[in-house]
Design a protein around this ligand. Structure first.
Ligand SMILES: Nc1ncnc2c1ncn2[C@@H]1O[C@H](COP(=O)(O)OP(=O)(O)OP(=O)(O)O)[C@@H](O)[C@H]1O
Ligand SMILES: [Mg+2]
Length: 230
């Protein structure tokens, strides 16, 4: 089986079932948007897909190999981006295992692509929210992953920052990468997504081509969510 496959995946903490019997297969191509209300389980699903957490029951595999064991390279940008206490350049050097002052063409390329070149030597802690998001994405991309997982990468960002991040995402996909992105920005999901995964209260209710999902959602929950009533 090529691509991502979740088989009977549940995730619970103590006695609370947070994700319930999730089943789907997805080829690793294009952009997959994970949609659903606050608390639906989007961040948990991204973490399970990545493999940073293990399902309580069931199996997550990439090309038939468990998410814990796969050699498939994945970059993950968390909902609150991690900012290492060092310069922007040194943040990008970190995944390359270079020293804090290390330089490489990969770093310079990423600084350009993320429009952070003028800020390269500033402490990353001084970046604005949008700049920090761009840095976190650049850091996730610098090792050339096959798959990029983005948890609400544009929340609280202005339209120009959002546009820059979408350009980074589209550029990554054009080069053959595949993206799983959670977002509450429905316009963004319409612009970017090839496929939508809609979850509500820990259940995967829809997994369909984005156009079909937005034109004619099949579940009452998705219809309500799209109308802002959920
Ligand atoms: N470690 C944990 N222990 C207990 N409950 C948790 C844990 N992690 C997540 N949850 C709960 O699981 C549910 C889903 O959380 P998750 O962060 O995946 O939601 P989300 O869809 O990403 O929401 P948002 O849109 O607000 O980011 C929430 O109710 C959350 O409180
Ligand atoms: Mg979340």
């Amino acid at each position: 089986m090529s691509g991502l496959k979740l088989t009977n995946v549940s995730y619970s903490v103590d006695e609370t079932l947070l994700l319930h019997d999730i089943n789907f297969s997805q080829e690793t191509t294009g952009i997959n948007a994970i949609l659903g209300p606050n608390g639906a389980g989007k961040s948990l699903l991204l973490s399970l897909i990545h493999g940073v957490i293990k399902p309580s029951m069931g199996l997550v595999t990439w090309d038939g190999i468990s998410a814990q064991k796969t050699k498939l390279t994945r970059g993950f940008v968390f909902q609150t981006p991690i900012v290492l206490r060092r310069s922007v350049r040194a943040n990008l050097a970190y995944p390359l295992k270079l020293s804090k002052n290390g330089t490489s063409t990969a770093i310079d390329t990423m600084l350009e692509l993320s429009h952070l070149a003028p800020l390269a030597d500033q402490p990353a802690a001084s970046l604005s929210g949008g700049e920090a998001q761009r840095m976190a994405i650049a850091r996730a991309l610098i090792t050339n992953p096959k798959v990029l997982l983005l948890d609400e990468p544009c929340s609280n960002l202005d339209p120009a920052s959002t546009k820059l991040i979408e350009a980074m995402i589209n550029n990554f996909v054009k080069q053959g990468g595949s993206v799983f992105i959670s977002t509450h920005d429905l316009a963004q999901a319409k612009r970017l997504a090839d496929v939508v995964l809609f979850i509500e209260q820990g259940n995967l209710l829809e997994h369909r081509p984005a156009k079909e999902f937005f034109d004619a959602p099949t579940t009452q929950e998705a219809r309500a969510y799209l109308k802002g009533e959920l």
